[in-house]
Design a protein. Structure first.
Lengths: 261, 261
DNA sequence: CGGTATTTTGAGCAGTGTCAAAGACGGTGG
DNA sequence: CCACCGTCTTTGACACTGCTCAAAATACCG
């Protein structure tokens, strides 16, 4: 259910997860000037090259960033959900580096860029949380690069599934082995550097092997640990400073035994 | 020739390019506690998962970041040269997300992470420059992702060549159509998500088509604008807030006409 | 219920990867 | 200045993953 009067509280709770701000800081964040907008699916918020006047916080729904090559191929570079600042690494740049678009119907807060930056300079706790947010986003981007560069289709897709599930858990959107995967197969392809046709075939194969089931835009995972393994979310990731990763492991274990037992 | 007594001045001039700090700020940057280390090629500075105690600034030579998949394949995610902070987006994270390694013999300054962050909070100009630095690094990472995900081998390689040349010009390391490409073909493969064998063949083809010549670890470009075009550094990039891009265009034009005329 | 978006299939092909071996290069010690 | 050795580059033959094009089958939505 949506908050009766949407505000920036999901941003606050996300930042709080990185570096707990005091109550004063929370007030300041909530008091940030902003405009809340309700958007249809597939609506372009920002085009690459636009002047960056606002930063965007996702309050509900999903938003993604992508770029189009000279040949017209599209690559999705990030995915954002409740509480996320869209593309936080670009906060300090004056020109948008990506196209930003809604994936689903979404509620987005527009905050003047300067206001958020000022606040960050004024409150070290907020600044630190923001920097942590940037770091995590960049780490995710790096992981995508590794996947697209060096992993095969199965691994890329499983990796994406795990990442989405984990981030949803972290954002408090889902809980348990059943979650939303709000992308069409073509979009999955654009995120993983594959063709929609190949995504379709790989997905069929993975389903046939019993990793998960899909129904509409919903997934039910049968064996988290295998998905995790095929997705190569191995040892490396566990060492990461991402709360969600370890939390996910804790959640994942029971889910698996429920299934297996 | 190397500065007789290496210091942080290349960092200062790089940051100054983003957002000119006052002289006081420059003093503070130069006064940052640091240790300068001279490193052999291929030396591992940081391993993924290490506690992040220092940040690293490249004073000379080249450094890169990479990650290894569960299958043992390596993906290089970034390349750093004089004046660069290695992996600036990770400044706020406590654990290293990548392996950091020297490409060539290099001089690197180790700065305690906290000292740099403190300074950023204390001086808005430095903070802003740092954020801009982070933004540019993230934009580069995103561009690599697009390339690896959606461009063919020729484009990826040409893109990498242009990027390196442009960044070298920006760092004041090279000037003109002749520059250093300090990577082996295997490393080029690891950066572009290709095999060293395929890199070799593609490079031969590009050379045969007259785009450039290589000699040792040096490249001489014959036709910047074509390289730029094949590398898909087109329209998009020009709109970017990267000083080096536009500067590069200005440099590139004469170079081409020298060749063509 | 019709129309559009998405998923699924099929057949054939192209770009890259694999494996293995032969050359070329560059630095080192004599 | 030369011989030697390890590192890179280059080649060849072949396999395979993932792409293309096109059409059919479904699912979704008003």
């Amino acid at each position: 259910m949506m908050a009766s009067s949407p505000n920036l509280s999901s941003l606050v709770s996300k930042l709080a997860r990185r570096s707990p701000p005091g109550t004063a800081d929370c007030e300041k964040l909530l008091g940030l000037p902003h405009r809340i907008v309700e958007l249809d699916p597939n609506k372009l918020l920002v085009a690459e090259g636009d002047e960056a006047t606002h930063c965007h916080v996702v309050l509900s729904g999903y938003v993604f960033c992508h770029k189009v090559t000279g040949e017209g191929a599209r690559q999705i570079v990030s995915l954002h959900m409740r509480g996320d600042i869209v593309n936080p690494s670009d906060l300090a740049l004056d020109v948008a580096g990506y196209n930003v678009q809604t994936l689903t119907r979404a509620t987005v807060a527009y905050i003047p860029r300067g206001a958020l930056l000022d606040l960050a300079w004024r409150s070290p706790a907020i600044g630190a949380a923001l920097m942590a947010e940037i770091g995590v986003a960049a780490a995710l981007l790096g992981e995508w690069l590794v996947g697209v560069g060096r992993r095969d289709a199965r691994a890329r897709i499983c990796h994406l599934m795990c990442e989405i599930a984990a981030r949803q858990q972290d954002a408090g959107i889902c809980d348990g082995p059943d979650y939303e995967w709000p992308m069409t197969q073509e979009q999955i392809g654009d995120a993983t550097g594959l063709t929609s046709v190949h995504v379709n075939r790989t997905l069929q194969q993975l389903r046939a092997e019993g990793y998960f089931r899909t129904a509409g835009r919903r997934v039910t995972v049968h064996d988290w640990s295998k998905l995790w393994e095929v997705g190569d979310l191995g040892t490396n990731r566990l060492a990461r400073p991402m709360a969600w990763a370890t939390r996910f492991i804790r959640e994942a274990r029971p889910a698996r035994s429920i299934q297996a037992g």
